[in-house]
Design a protein around this ligand. Structure first.
Ligand code: FAD
Ligand code: NAD
Length: 400
């Protein structure tokens, strides 16, 4: 048939919003839309720090894709993309091939390890349902191991590399979880160490200094030890080697290293031959790959700059807004109508610091403590509402 084929790769924030908007805006038989995702569920990355630490169930951080999209309007294919072939307008899956007229790449980023030796092999990442299940089980297992080998305090030492928002949100949850684990396994809480190692001059580098100070105080009181201005230099099965400035290197013996030192774009994009910076494509104002008008990139794989020329950080917030504009532009292309430019509308940033504590800036105002924690819940609930309406809010929303 000559109905245009739209293929969306990845059902993350960008891909899901693109699909939902297309399903609403396209008329019957105006286009064939296919959504491809590795799993048959969408994961809510903004919740992942909780199941990772074990303070919440992984089920609350995922939603079945069939519950989100209308499968009469969108074909869902559960498969892993192994190659993108822009020359042939084809996508190679682990178990088949798809051809497209329009492609949307929303595969999400990958951990950036900056080539630091051993991180790829020995550190864990907070990235997906599967990766956080592993972290959660691993942490519990260290407590069980310690009871059999009480001289091995490295079983009770937890190292988190990077104090960006991911690292900070995770140590907040982990600090909340430790007292429960100590009780369950009869372990003296004084033996447990949580190190958050950050190369920059403070935690959350670049964020509002007053809120950073508040966050570090809250977390320090909960038992987190910050090692600021200190870089992870290598990682092995015994722990990490860190260095503060020009000081001598120091070893932290630990059986649990969690790397949250940054994200890069998906390797499939470089491999497709698109020009990238750290794996991300500098898209045009309409979210297309320069020189490839029919290929759109949304979310962590796209690189866009603010009016001052600084790159926007890769967030769920920007990915969702891009999904909306991407869907609009796809429909406009099919109808030969003018495309829209993307303009980011920053609603703010709120980061959790564990139960009942958070910091954030929203609508130009600073928030901390209980009010900020509340705001964080509102943002989560708003997201559930956007993708799944009230039924999803009631199934997955956490109100307490
Ligand atoms: P993702 O949401 O990463 O989704 C990519 C999808 O593609 C996934 O479903 C994946 O399974 C699928 N996929 C990947 N590879 C393949 C393949 N080869 N084949 C098929 N499918 C594939 N941002 C905020 O704005 N606010 C927050 O509070 C916030 N909190 C966060 C907390 C944590 C712990 C983390 C890790 C991130 C957080 N972020 C937050 C950042 C945010 O999660 C990302 O920017 C966002 O998820 C990017 O969306 P995306 O659409 O690019 O891809
Ligand atoms: P990030 O890039 O924001 O932070 C990584 C941190 O690791 C940086 O502070 C960096 O200085 C540090 N680092 C890098 N190399 C290091 C080394 N060798 N040793 C020690 N520290 C090192 O990554 P992230 O925290 O995973 O965040 C990714 C994106 O997701 C960001 O855009 C962030 O805004 C977003 N996010 C948002 C929220 C929220 O809004 N609540 C939560 C999580 C993530």
């Amino acid at each position: 048939s000559n109905i245009p084929k739209i293929v969306i790769l990845g059902a993350g924030y960008g891909g899901v919003l693109t699909a939902l908007r297309l399903q609403k805006q396209l008329n019957y038989n105006e286009a064939d839309v296919t959504l491809v995702n590795k799993h048959d569920y969408h994961y809510i990355t903004t919740h992942l720090h909780m199941p990772a630490a074990g303070t919440d169930n992984p089920e609350n951080a995922r939603v079945s894709i069939s519950k989100l999209i209308d499968e009469f309007k969108i074909d869902f294919v559960k498969s892993t993309v192994v190659q993108i072939r822009p020359q042939d307008k084809k996508v190679i899956l682990e178990d088949g091939t798809l051809s497209y007229d329009y492609l949307v790449i929303g595969l999400g980023g990958e951990p950036e390890t900056f080539g630091i030796p051993g991180l790829l092999e020995h550190a864990m990442n907070i990235r997906s349902i599967n990766s956080v299940r592993l972290i959660r089980e691993h942490i519990e297992y260290q407590f069980a191991r310690f009871k059999r080998e009480p001289h091995r305090t490295d079983y009770l030492t937890f190292v988190i590399g990077g104090a960006g928002f991911t690292g900070i949100e995770f140590v907040g949850e982990l600090a909340d979880r430790i007292p429960e684990l100590c009780k369950e396994f009869d372990v003296d809480p004084n033996l447990v160490k949580i190190y958050n190692v950050e190369a920059g001059p403070s935690a959350l580098p670049g964020f509002d200094p007053e809120l950073v100070e508040y966050a570090m105080n809250v977390l320090t009181k909960k038992g987190v030890t910050f090692k600021i201005g200190t870089a992870i230099k290598s990682c092995s099965q015994d722990g990490v080697v860190v260095q503060k400035g020009e000081d001598p290197q120091e070893e932290i013996r630990s059986q649990t290293v969690i790397w949250s030192g940054g994200v890069r774009g998906n390797r499939l994009i470089e491999e497709a031959g698109f020009e990238t910076m750290r794996g991300r494509v500098k898209v045009d104002d309409q979210l297309r790959v320069p020189g490839s008008d029919h290929v759109y990139v949304v979310g962590d794989n796209s690189l866009m700059f603010n009016p001052e020329g600084r790159p926007y950080p890769p967030t769920a917030q920007i990915a969702m807004q891009q999904g909306v504009v991407c869907a609009h532009n796809l429909v406009a292309s099919i109808r030969n109508q003018p495309l829209k430019n993307f303009a980011f509308s920053n609603k703010g940033t709120v980061a959790s610091l564990g139960k009942g504590e958070a910091v954030g800036i929203a609508f130009g105002k600073k928030y901390k403590g209980r009010v900020a924690a509340w705001l964080k819940k509102l943002i989560d609930i708003r997201y559930l509402f956007i993708i799944g309406g009230l039924p999803l809010v009631f199934r997955k929303g956490k109100f307490l």
